[in-house]
Design a protein around this ligand. Sequence first.
Ligand code: ADP
Ligand code: MG
Length: 338
Amino acid sequence: MAKIRELSQILTDQIAAGEVIERPSSVVKELVENAIDANSTQIDIFIEESGLRKIQVVDNGDGIAADEVPLAFTRHATSKIYTHEDLFRIHSLGFRGEALPSIASVAKVTIETAVMNENGQYMRIKGGIVEEARPNISRKGTTITVEDLFYNTPARLKYIRSLQTELSNISDIMNRIALSHPEIAFRLVHEGNQLLRTAGNNDLRQTVAGVYGTQIARRMKGIENEDLDFKVKGFISLPDTTRASRNYLTIILNGRYIKNYALNKAIIDGYGSKLMVGRFPIAIITIEADSLLLDVNVHPSKKEVRISKEKELAALIQDAIAAVLRQEQRIPSGIENL
Ligand code: ADP
Ligand code: MG
């Protein structure tokens, strides 16, 4: 019989990477969420070959203290929760301390980071092994560059779809993150082409314009509703502006873009019979909730969140949409613009 042994750290990181880092867009998501958690006001993402060749995220956030940089790449090391209670009051996008070590175990990563008024640090890691670390003079903030993703995990590389699909995944996730944070200026550049730019002036309608274009943004209607537990705000398209898929429904819960079937359905139900079969609206629904009502710790990617009182929340959304559309029907179009 083979002996029982503990797995090496690199191996456990690679196993975790299998869960958290499925494709280039997962790297973009994790790095950008870290930049958001670090209070950045400007986040630039530069991509080459749909992220397989290179993903670089440049932020102007808090930075990492030089002596903590190796810790940031250690599994289950995080600055975001400390106690058992914290786990039930999550205010940050991250908390599992898994993304950086996972990414570094399946790619070639460099980090340049500096805290305000302190000397910065440069580190280069390849396949989980630190190859170089030295002090570095740089401005406050963090730049992480991920190259040759999955170079050492050929099976994962084979699983990657066409470059076009991977790029549209990146674009999609960035659109939704940008919509979730209108107070942050985002820029997404693929091989010199700017795919997304938002102003970061905390105006959701202008952010929608940055993502879906000014024409669409201008015609969307604001919705609002609340009860004791939830506050709902957002923009919806009128029934004459629809799309052939549900991809244009974005639900944001406490600053986190989530996937939620019941809430998607609430949006669509809010339109009643006003949508043609197979057509879906464009909607951005921002929800604020007490973090005690939420369980984010469902899946490593954190895209699914368990919500207590989900039915009540769905009703709030559906009612808000129905009310605005009823109002809209009463006012003949054109008059509202006077
Ligand atoms: P988590 O986000 O779950 O804490 P990560 O592996 O993504 O885990 O990051 C580990 C730690 O590294 C974070 O808790 C944070 O302290 C630090 N960190 C990562 N990225 C950044 C960044 N862009 N700016 C500042 N700190 C960062
Ligand atoms: Mg993180």
